[in-house]
Design a protein around this ligand. Sequence first.
Ligand code: TRP
Length: 453
Amino acid sequence: MKREKFGTSLGAILAAAGSAVGLGNIWRFPIETGQNGGAAFIIIYIMCIILLGLPVMISEFLIGRYTHTNTAGAYRILSKGKKWRWIGRMSVFTGWFILCYYVVVGGWTMHYTFLSATNAFNGVKSTEFGDVFNQFVSNPWQPLLWFVLFVLLTHFVITRGVQSGIERYSKILMPTLFIIVVFLAVSSVMLPGASAGVEFLLRPDWSKVDSTVIIEAMGQAFYSLSIGMGCLCTYASYFEKSTPLAKTALHVCVIDTMIAILAGFIIFPSVFNIGMNPNEVGVGASLTFISLPNVFQQSLGEGSLMSVLFSTMFYFLLFVAALTSAISLHEVATAYVSEEYNLTRHRGAVIVTVTVLVLGALCSLSFGPLSDIQLFDRNIFSMFDDLSGMILLPIGVMFISLFAGWRLDRELYHNEISNHGDLRTPYFRLLIFSLRYAIPIAIAVVFIDQILR
Ligand code: TRP
């Protein structure tokens, strides 16, 4: 059977950027920046992206494009029967694990888009937004319905295939996302009192920077770039042989970082506009679904056309970002199941979707009927989130980096990134140094630090 490819190099970049730009950019990056020294955090973050993230991204691209197969197959081929092949299998597992809870939040973004568009926040008091959210997620049916819808949308795109599914929708969704981000950031910066928010984001406060901040920047960089598991490797297996790997990776890193910073310009100016303290806004879900609906209402006029427009666009933005990332996570598992077990793409996708529906439902219900099921003080949802983000992902990045630095043949590596001598690669030695030493050591230090705490 002939394997599909991306039709254009722009399509390939947009698909990979679609994977990278996700909830991580919009609900995690701004708040981490705000709490960890503003521009100081951004500088550290960008250093993590360049020194740690980029080399791993290039390696994942290389492994995928060279082997032209799913992630588990790719590592099996390259490791020639040694234990390294487990990296590929673990990657597929991690991706599927992330997908199971990611789609639950995807459902929430749809619900909030709907609430915003129907002006349902009109008349809700500032103190009541927490109840609105908690009642929604603890309801047994509502979040489940949105979650199923979100999974089916992802499934739909995946079953269309690589070119007419993933690439086509990335080409529509990514420009849409970009336009919305710019529009919202510009409108937010123009609000009265916004300059305090802008200053807050841009003033480097080095006094806040300690080892924890560096660790957070690193974790955030890995998560945001979608590295450490099979996503980029799988997408790269659909690249043309002529795709310049390092340049493509650089484009993806720039797009991802830009969107993250712009998200900060959407959130903080409006927070400051209503005189709220950025330390009060909470993180993750509580920032996004409790503080922000209130902030938008207050700063743009309760129930006004502007607030409806702004918040609808904001949640739609989150939805689009989550969808393109979920598609990339789904593709890892679908490519694995269909290629390793010789099934049609359609069958493979159905199997993945069914398993995600079952486990995702448990995550979704863990805010309501299943909230009593706890392990280490976490509900099922948080267990999925923390296990993948704090443990599986860093371990994945570390092993991929060790594999690319030590196990992969250096000549093969050089041939591939230079497209067999067509491209100049002055950064080659630095890249290998990073993969062999800098990245594994950085991650090991973080782990030891976390254990000693
Ligand atoms: N990068 C995405 C975000 O910022 C999430 C994501 C998609 C991801 N694929 C991944 C994270 C692979 C880690 C690994 O939200």
